[in-house]
Design a protein around this ligand. Structure first.
Ligand code: C2O
Ligand code: CU
Length: 483
């Protein structure tokens, strides 16, 4: 079956922007072919507040926000040429893709950052079907915030039949009163608190618009949170969606717990929505993560003739990806303690080999540590490429199963992302999770303990970090080595 047709206007825009990438994509493809794409990272003018307002200065891949939709099929290879037309060095990280270390896009660790006017070719196979994304790994908190991000969808060999396959790329912008991107990057307050929370939400780069749905339509909706710091907890009025995948990996289909779909930065969630409303009905999709700032994201507006007589009865099933199953009985456990920030217990931590009190760390733009060590940022800063590698926080034996007992010893939320691997979330605060879900990014609530398990099967030096990008900048990052 070819990838589902994209009919919605926003999706149409995404697809149109992606035309060069997708030119061959609707043909039945033999598995294992190579898809080629070009990503030019450059400044653009972008109508972040819609066409009624002047466009703002932003940065983008391929002239659009989000960047071109890269779509391929499980087992394909992807070859992407990055061209840097920014005034800063940059890289591309392929968030959630299990790829060879040299293609991971981390400056100072897996490659030299690509200088202005430079190019770099990424090439790797796509082992997993699912919803993934790409973004820079240099000055992430600035480069993503200005608009550098895009979706990477890897289709199952036989995608589940749906009437429409849509994506909502959720972003949060901090705009000044003049409507421009606020230049307050690296503010000590953002670094030491919840990160750069903004004041303008976009869906697929534009102000949210209502989605027209037809009665009894079955929609696959791919959610991705690319915000620097804002966490979403989406709730659907009316028919409840079914969660079918998290971070690209299929999960036992289930209704979202308490009706809330929690998406921290970096996370994805694939939903199936069987639209059981009747023509003329309107159902809000609203956000309640910050209860005192709950807002309506958009509405589902039922229109037109029913797609079929009754909603589809059968649950939507995704074929699993082939992930190495951790053997818990033999697994070695390591503890990872994430600490720091305001209202925390961290009094001092080690930066560049020196133990420093909190005030001294704050003066250096740092506020967070992993196992007592504050990341100096490797090559992630403006002088990317001259970063020095920090010793790994963990050295894991290739092919072995591990449990990482992660402790959030702070008063803040942290979505922790591991590169190069997916892991099962096996316990929260000592209790087994309902779905033992595979993820590449797991949200830790304040003071929560989360145990994850995985096989360290992908050799190399990999980042693990908080995906609140100001926390990452502020030191909540480390390298784990698989050797
Ligand atoms: Cu999505 Cu290291 O990042
Ligand atoms: Cu964090």
């Amino acid at each position: 079956m070819p990838p589902p047709t994209l009919l919605d206007r926003r999706e149409f825009l995404l697809a149109a922007a992606a035309a060069p990438v997708l030119s061959a994509c609707n043909l039945p493809a033999a598995a294992g072919r190579t898809r080629e794409a070009r990503l030019v990272a450059a400044p653009i003018r972008h109508p972040v507040r819609g066409d009624a307002h002047p466009p703002i200065d932003a940065w983008a891949y391929g002239g659009s926000i989000p960047g071109p939709l890269i779509r391929a099929r499980q087992g394909d290879r992807l070859r992407v040429e990055l061209e840097n037309r920014l005034a800063q060095p940059t890289t591309v990280h392929w968030h959630g893709i299990r790829l060879p270390n040299a293609m991971d896009g981390v400056p100072g660790v897996t490659q030299q950052a690509v200088p202005p006017q430079g190019r770099f070719t990424y090439e790797f196979a796509l082992p997993d079907a699912g919803t993934f994304w790409y973004h820079p790994h240099v000055r992430s908190s600035e480069q993503l915030d200005r608009g550098l991000y895009g979706l990477l969808i890897v289709d199952e060999p036989e995608p589940p039949a749906v009437d429409r396959d849509l994506a909502w790329v959720l972003d949060d912008w901090r705009l000044t009163q003049w409507g421009a991107v606020s230049e307050s990057f690296g503010s000590p307050h953002d670094i030491s608190h919840a990160g750069r929370i903004g004041n303008a939400i976009t869906v697929n780069g534009l102000p949210p618009q209502d989605l027209r749905v037809r009665p009894h339509e079955r929609i696959r909706l791919r959610l991705l949170n690319v915000a620097n710091a804002r966490i979403f907890a989406l709730q659907f009025e009316g028919p409840q969606p079914v969660v079918i995948a998290l971070d690209g990996q299929p999960v036992t289909p289930h209704r979202p717990p308490d009706g809330r779909i929690v998406l921290a930065p970096g996370m994805r969630c694939d939903l199936v929505l069987d639209a059981t409303g009747a023509a003329g009905e309107r159902h809000a999709v609203f956000d309640t993560f910050y209860p005192r700032q709950a807002f309506d994201l958009l509405h589902l507006v039922y229109e037109g003739a029913a797609v079929r007589a009754k909603p589809r009865p059968e649950p939507p099933l995704l074929p699993p990806n082939r992930l190495p199953e951790p053997e818990l009985a033999q697994a070695v456990t390591h503890q990872l303690r994430f600490e720091g920030g305001m209202m925390g217990r961290m009094h001092r931590a080690t930066l560049d080999g020196q133990s420093l009190p909190m005030m001294a760390l704050l003066r250096r733009g740092k506020a967070w540590a992993v196992n007592g060590v504050v990341s100096s940022g490797h090559g992630e800063g403006l002088h990317a490429g001259h970063g020095h590698a920090e010793p790994p926080v963990l050295v894991l034996e290739r092919g072995r199963s591990y449990v990482l007992a992660m402790v959030n010893d702070s008063s803040w939320h942290h979505p922790i992302h591991l590169h190069g691997h997916h892991f099962r979330v096996i316990r929260r605060n000592g209790r087994s999770t309902a779905h033992q879900e595979w993820r590449d990014t797991v949200l830790m609530d304040p003071n929560e303990r989360v145990d994850i398990a995985f096989v360290a099967d992908n050799p190399g030096d990999w980042m693990l970090h908080c995906h609140v990008l100001e926390h990452q900048d502020g030191g909540m990052m480390a390298v784990f080595r698989v050797a």
